[in-house]
Structures are given as structure tokens and as C-alpha cells.
Design a protein around this ligand. Structure first.
Ligand SMILES: Cc1cc2nc3c(=O)[nH]c(=O)nc-3n(C[C@H](O)[C@H](O)[C@H](O)COP(=O)(O)OP(=O)(O)OC[C@H]3O[C@@H](n4cnc5c(N)ncnc54)[C@H](O)[C@@H]3O)c2cc1C
Length: 394
């Protein structure tokens, strides 16, 4: 069966769904293809920290209500080391900007509901998506849906299918340049049924390794500890995880971690990756399909949203004013912000984790960096403005 749309979008993650919403507001039709089912993508636990710009955009397009009601706005974070906590007052240092903790799967639920309300097609459970005629002005997407072979003809294709998707590999190897860094550690992440132990996120540097106390809701907490990325989660019993958290988070004033049942645990590897350029003829990559950051800087979802904001604007200018300059500049425009986020995420990761080969010199360098960050207003401001997110014009 043949279908036609202006923009064919692969992937119903934050990038693909936000792009379809932004295009629809400009009267530009699109179809989203997703290889998982709706329930699966609405329940995958991932990000939680939304930058000010992401929150503002969601509010602007009418999706701020539930986020405002159920999310929590944080005006600071804590850096903890040597048993002491040090608050970085994000809002005070950034003219009132803040982060909002609102889980990614709730963002996804809001996006899907809004897109379906607009009558916009999202095809779930598609299989075997392939990009065809990529070098022409009429590319198409071939895929199987409900056992039927389909072809979707498009003016443009947006590859929003995450790091393991197919769109990045559709760009000829000869013009792709990949930049990557892997880290010799991973994060063991848990969801715990307990009240929050702190009002703000706690990033901890400890000789046993990094720990992060984050939250998802008043009775569900998200926490991470640095671990061996090859480790098997079965090696970590719940009491072991709690003990490790307590050891790393201990303070000289006896701060207490509030504990409860662990309802989910997993280990994730960490890497940095960027592909240049992020476009080829009429295929545009956005979000994790084009770049990955370690989660320490809480940037991945926010970068995905920033990419598609640029892409939606460029496509709008193309359809409304016949302008191609913004489309041509898409990769260059996005990469400026992408590399800033790559640097920030790498910097936070390097400052806060123990590296396998680090010696006493390296550890003193990390401590000096932490000390400077919490003592100097200029250094704290640099962290704060990157953490809450630079303006969209970056
Ligand atoms: C533990 C963890 C914590 C994180 N914390 C934060 C945070 O606090 N803040 C932050 O900003 N980011 C965070 N991130 C990163 C964030 O989750 C990702 O960067 C974000 O999901 C990227 O969105 P995306 O739309 O580009 O890709 P994805 O969310 O990966 O979406 C891609 C979609 O495409 C679909 N797909 C894949 N292949 C195909 C195919 N062949 N055909 C059709 N569909 C396909 C997938 O099923 C998926 O639904 C975190 C990530 C992790 C793992």
C-alpha cells in the first residue's frame, strides 16, 4: 500500500513526537513510524530533568498543565564530597531559570495524547523500516505494518529513532564522521518506593564512586551508583545497593537516606557520541540518532527537543517562504549546542566519577575542581547556566 506525507518521521521518542507536534501547529502534515507498542514507550523509564527551555516550549504548545501540576521545579542542586554538601543555587545564578523534574515517560504520554488528539497518525509496531531514494528529492520509507508491506512517500525524512535506529546508517559512510568516547564505568540505576530524601538532586563524588539522588514523584525515587558497566545486575542484591548508597552519601552531619522497596534496577553503559553532519540530502537526524551524552549532565532529552525545534522552524520556512537556507544550515546550527552539551556532560562526568586508572594526582585534580566549583561564583555560574540550559539561540 502507498501513502504520502510531507515529513516522514522515524521514531516516537521525545524528538519524533515533538517534531510532529510542532509541524502540525504550522499546518505541515507528518506521519510517525514507531517499532514498539504504545504501552512500551509510555512505560520506559529514562530521563527526568527538563531544562528551562524544554519546559517553556512544552508550555508554549499547550502541554504545560500536567507537567506544572505533577512535576517539581528545582532551583538548585547539591554537590557532595568529603562528607559535605554544597548547594549550587541554579536560579540565583541564572536570572531565575530552573529545571523541572518530570519523568520522560510522562512527557511521552502527554506528547502521544496531544498528537492523537490532533488526528495525527502515529503507526506503532511497524517493522523493518528502510529509507529509500535517499539522494532524491522524493525519498520514501518502506516498512511493514499489520503484516502489510507499505511505502510512505515524503518530501523529507526525520531520523528520530535513537542511538540504535536505522536512519543514521542510511547516510553513506563516506560522508559520515563519528566522534566517540566510552567511559570505563556505568550507572546502576534504581527506582525506590520511598519519600524524597532531599528537596534537590544530590551529585556525589566519593572514593567508592559516584552516586546520584534524584526523584520521580513524591513517593518514587530514582538513584544511581557508579559501577562496572560489564557487571551483572543479578550480582547486586537490594540490601547491597542500599548499603552502597548509604556509604557514598554519608555526611559528617549524619544525613539520612530514606529507604523503601526497590521496584526496578538495571545497569547502563555510558558513552559520548556525535555524528557530523546531522543531515544528508533530505534526511535529517535529530536527538539520540545523531548524538549521545552520558546522563550526568541530564542533557539527552533536552538536546533532542532543541534539535527538532530547529528542524521544525527550517521546514516551516521551506513550506511557507520557499526558503532553504535554514534546512541547509540545520546540522551546523544544531552542532554548536550539541558540542556544548557534549563538553558539559563529559566535564560533569569527569569531575564526579572515579576512573579505573586514576592516581592520587588525578584525585586531587578532581577535588580541586569540585572545591573551585562550589567556592567561586563564576565557576558555579558556568555549571548552573549549562545545567538549566543555554538559550535556544545557542
Ligand atoms: C538512565 C537515563 C537517564 C537519563 N536522564 C536524562 C535526563 O535527566 N535529562 C535528559 O535530557 N536526558 C536524559 N537521558 C537521555 C534521554 O532519555 C534520551 O536522550 C532521549 O530519550 C532521546 O530522545 P530521542 O527521541 O532522540 O530518542 P529515543 O527516546 O531513543 O526514541 C527513539 C524512538 O525510536 C524508536 N525506534 C528505534 N528504531 C526504530 C526503527 N528502526 N523503526 C521505528 N522506530 C524505531 C524507539 O523505539 C524509540 O521509541 C537519560 C537517559 C538514560 C538512559
Amino acid at each position: 500500500m502507498n501513502m504520502r506525507t510531507r515529513v516522514g518521521i522515524i521514531g516516537a521518542g521525545p524528538a519524533g513526537l515533538m517534531l510532529s507536534l510542532l509541524l502540525s501547529m504550522e499546518g505541515i502534515d507528518s506521519i510517525v513510524l514507531e517499532n514498539r507498542d504504545r504501552e512500551g514507550i509510555e512505560s520506559t523509564i529514562r530521563a527526568g530533568v527538563l531544562e528551562q527551555g524544554t519546559v517553556d516550549l512544552m508550555t508554549e504548545i499547550g502541554l504545560g498543565e500536567r507537567m506544572k501540576r505533577e512535576g517539581s521545579v528545582h532551583h538548585g542542586i547539591e554537590l557532595r564530597f568529603d562528607g559535605e554538601g554544597h548547594r549550587i543555587p541554579l536560579s540565583e545564578l541564572t536570572n531565575g531559570r530552573a529545571i523541572t523534574v518530570y519523568p520522560q515517560h510522562e512527557v511521552i504520554k502527554d506528547f502521544i495524547a496531544a498528537r492523537l488528539n490532533q488526528g495525527g497518525p502515529i503507526l506503532f509496531n511497524v517493522e523493518d523500516v528502510q529509507v529509500s531514494n535517499i539522494s532524491s528529492s522524493q525519498p520514501s520509507l518502506r516498512f511493514v505494518h499489520e503484516h502489510e508491506q507499505m511505502e510512505l512517500q515524503c518530501d523529507f525524512i526525520a531520523g528520530c529513532d535513537g542511538f540504535h535506529g536505522i536512519s543514521r546508517a542510511s547516510i553513506p559512510e563516506a560522508i559520515q564522521h563519528g566522534f566517540s568516547r566510552s567511559y570505563p564505568f556505568g550507572w546502576l540505576g534504581i527506582l525506590m518506593q520511598a519519600p524524597p530524601s532531599a528537596e534537590e538532586l544530590i551529585y556525589t563524588y566519593h572514593e567508592r564512586g559516584f552516586a546520584l539522588v534524584s526523584t520521580r514523584s513524591p513517593d518514587l525515587q530514582r538513584m544511581y551508583i557508579q559501577c562496572d558497566p560489564q557487571d551483572d545486575i543479578a550480582n547486586w542484591s537490594d540490601p547491597m545497593i542500599v548499603e552502597e548508597l548509604q556509604l557514598r552519601l554519608a555526611t559528617t552531619n549524619n544525613w539520612q537516606l530514606l529507604v523503601g522497596p526497590i521496584i526496578q534496577k538495571s545497569i547502563l553503559a555510558m558513552r559520548s557520541f556525535v555524528i557530523e553532519p546531522m543531515q544528508y540530502v533530505r534526511l535529517f537526524l535529530a536527538g539520540d540518532a545523531a548524538h549521545i551524552v552520558p546522563p550526568t549532565g541530564a542533557k539527552g532529552l533536552n538536546l533532542a527537543v532543541a534539535d527538532v525545534r530547529h528542524l521544525a522552524r527550517a521546514l516551516t520556512m521551506f513550506y511557507k517562504q520557499n526558503r532553504t537556507d535554514l534546512l541547509e544550515a540545520y546540522s551546523t546550527t544544531c552542532l554548536r549546542r550539541v558540542w556544548r552539551a557534549e563538553h558539559f556532560s563529559w566535564w560533569m562526568t569527569s569531575m564526579l566519577h572515579r576512573f579505573l586508572d586514576d592516581d592520587a594526582f588525578q584525585q586531587r585534580m578532581q577535588r580541586s575542581q569540585l572545591d573551585y566549583t562550589v567556592s567561586s561564583r563564576a565557576a558555579a555560574t558556568s555549571l548552573a547556566e549549562n545545567y538549566v540550559g543555554l538559550p535556544f539561540t545557542w
